[in-house]
Unconditional design. Structure first.
Length: 674
């Protein structure tokens, strides 16, 4: 083994422990009591700003604005302020002023040589929100907000109007530049004004963005309906194309309801009106639990969302107050299902509800616990039960007070739950283009062109009609899928029947775009989906069943304008070499009078169905894009709730609703063509 060593025939000498320590800690340095640094005052903030505001990027910069604005909002929520002025000036100066009580300026009991104002702005964990005596609920809980902003600003100017007297003090990077000064009398002014400029040594080239600050002000105004925020911005700071106003008065008496309506827009696909309200949280140990406000919109389609706040602080990561809201909604729907003998309501979960709702929730709680200084998640355990209790009671009353809407909403979330279970059971296999499959879905006869916008598929009833349509079609651009007569009524069928229906499965597979949450319009294989049924009562019934299927299972396909109804004629009118087609009896009589000579012997042929129509006639009247008439199926955005209720009443599981509709409209029927 001597070849393993350095040629001496013996191992090399091992280093002493002291030498080994020096080697491991290179470069060599002395480590004793003198190496221990003590950071005083606000020096820790400037040394490690990320610990207090999450970083030094643009988001962290705007966190400074939120900290100062939150202090004024706490005054408003506590009932001491009604107006907040936010002004962005040139040079990256931000001014926040309120008409609250004003920060105390008298000497602090523990530091008699310093005012309370100076203690608050230069000492970490100093503030008036720890005991709960000055603020029942507040967003500033750690006593670091204002002092951190002070430490990270090149200059901060503070004015306080208390007891009809105006006081002023100036700071630079957290260090007082002047003693607190009595400026003079202020008989018509009260509150605090803070003007500060973020330090470029900390934030580099980042600067305040008018659009971001304006959005912050709007969100705060929405969160507390009792406050008015007056926004002002130097016009030179607003870039071309930025729609941020230079001046605005932000006051929203409707609170979160106004906020959610503004977010969704006028044409939101609502299943019911926005449900909103507020309630006091239950007391715990004789102490008020606070308050909760909410606005919830149930969406027929679109993007779901959940925005939550605690004491006006955004909580983008959610937390226990969101958990309480979810529990209240789930238990409320299940209880309503029990009351209405809907056994399927028991399968509803929070996933089914939150996937079709836009929610804004604002809780005001005492002594909340957050995850981290940036307060992105509420962790107070008691908040979950408090919010659930307050919200559940109001939700139960709202459902029972609006039974028709409640039934419709329950049916919708149950559908989502059934679709979730169906997806879990089915293996999600990628769908290949039908032209490349060894077996086409159902009895599909496909077209040869692949660009969806240039193709269309005809859904016809039965093999006979399918045979005529296949002969009449343009093989390059028109596909034909025969269906077996009347398809399943999806509005009244159980989820098991829907999952097991091969006819509808073939239809969905032929279209290629999926259903429910798996729907993807970009995968639709045909630009037009055309329902082509006989021009009689049975044909109208089949068309109604198909439209119900598309409305319930593929609503976005309908809204995007891809669903059509073909208009085949019922009669062929012939005299000599002249042939005219009529859509119905009235059209037949009119055309006999207007299209032929008086007393002409017109041969009238009534088509028994598409299968009895010669392919030449079918092509000429119904399938040729140059001569046919198509009706596009649309859903009017302003009548979406009424549309859903109408579909449920006419096609749903309750025959008594159809009977009531027949009774109501029986007098409008003039003639039945049997």
């Amino acid at each position: 083994m001597s070849d393993l060593f350095s040629g001496t025939g013996s191992p090399p000498a091992q280093p002493t422990p002291q030498k080994a320590q020096q080697t491991a800690s290179a470069p060599d340095q002395q480590y004793d009591a003198s190496s221990i640094e003590v950071l005083e005052g606000l020096e820790p903030v400037r040394r490690r700003p990320g610990m207090y505001i999450g970083g030094t990027d643009e988001g962290a910069l705007h966190h400074l604005a939120a900290e100062i604005l939150d202090n004024s909002m706490d005054e408003a929520v506590a009932g001491h302020a009604t107006t907040i002025d936010v002004t962005l000036e040139a040079g990256d100066w931000l001014v926040v002023r309120d008409n609250g009580r004003g920060i105390p300026v008298d000497p602090h009991p523990r530091f008699p040589d310093r005012s309370a104002l100076e203690v608050i702005l230069t000492t970490l964990h100093a503030g008036g929100k720890f005991s709960g005596k000055s603020y029942a609920t507040s967003g500033g809980l750690h006593g670091v907000g204002s002092s951190v902003v002070n430490a990270l600003s090149t200059r901060m100017e503070v004015e306080v109007a208390r007891d009809k007297t105006l006081w002023r003090q100036i700071y630079a990077r957290g260090i007082p530049q002047t003693a607190i000064e009595k400026i003079g009398a202020a008989p018509n002014r009260r509150g605090t004004q803070i003007r500060f400029q973020p330090d470029p040594e900390i934030f580099g080239t980042h600067s305040f963005q008018p659009a971001r600050l304006y959005k912050l002000c709007r969100s705060k105004a929405f969160l507390f309906r009792g406050v008015t925020i007056r926004w002002n911005c130097d016009p030179s700071l607003i870039k071309a194309g930025d729609l941020t106003p230079a001046e605005a008065v932000l006051h929203f008496p409707g609170g979160l309801a106004d906020s959610l309506a503004d977010e969704l827009g006028k044409n939101a696909p609502l299943l019911s009106p926005i449900w909103s309200g507020d309630a006091e949280l239950p007391e715990t140990n004789g102490v008020s639990g606070g308050r909760v406000e909410w606005a919830i919109a149930f969406l027929e389609s679109g993007t779901a969302s959940f925005a939550s706040f605690c004491n006006t602080i955004p909580t983008p990561l959610g937390g226990t107050h969101e958990a309480g809201c979810r529990a209240a909604l789930v238990k409320g729907f299940r209880a309503w299902g029990d009351q209405r003998s809907n056994r399927r309501a028991s399968i509803v979960t929070a996933e089914d509800i939150l996937g079709c709702t836009a929610i804004q929730l604002s809780a005001f709680v005492r002594d909340p616990q957050f995850q981290g200084q940036t307060k992105e998640k509420l962790t107070s355990a008691e908040a979950s039960k408090l919010v659930e209790t307050a919200l559940r009671d109001r939700f139960d009353h709202w459902l029972s007070g609006n039974p028709t809407q409640a039934d419709s909403l329950l049916a919708f979330v149950v559908e989502r739950a059934e679709d979730r279970l169906r997806r879990r059971e089915q293996k999600d296999t990628p769908r290949k283009s039908a032209t490349r499959r060894l077996r086409l879905p159902g009895k599909l006869t496909d077209c040869t062109r692949e660009k969806a916008e240039e193709t269309e598929i005809f859904l016809v009833e039965g093999d006979s009609a399918g045979g005529s349509a296949k002969q009449a079609r343009n093989r390059e651009t028109q596909a034909v899928l025969p269906l077996r007569g009347k398809i399943l009524n999806v509005a009244s069928a159980t989820s098991e029947k829907l999952r097991g229906n091969q006819e509808l499965s073939d239809l969905v597979e032929a279209l290629g775009c999926g259903t429910g949450d798996r729907f993807d319009l970009t995968r639709l294989r045909y630009g037009r989906v055309i329902i082509m049924t006989d021009a009689d009562v049975d044909g109208a019934h089949i068309a109604s069943l198909l439209m119900t299927f598309f409305y319930r299972e593929l609503p976005e396909l309908v809204r995007s304008g891809h669903l059509y109804l073909a208009q085949p004629p019922l009669y062929r009118l012939t005299h000599g070499a002249r042939t005219v087609y009529a859509m119905d009896d009235a059209d037949k009589d009119r055309k006999i009078r207007t299209q032929f000579k008086p007393n002409a012997k017109v041969e009238v042929s009534r088509f028994k169905g598409l299968g009895e129509m010669p392919p030449k006639d079918l092509k000429e009247t119904t399938m040729d894009p140059k001569r046919r008439t198509l009706l596009r199926v649309v859903i009017h955005s302003e009548d979406r709730l009424e549309t859903r209720e109408r579909v449920e009443s006419l096609m749903g599981r309750k025959p008594e609703l159809r009977f009531a509709f027949i009774q109501e409209h029986a007098q409008s029927v003039e003639m039945l063509d049997i």
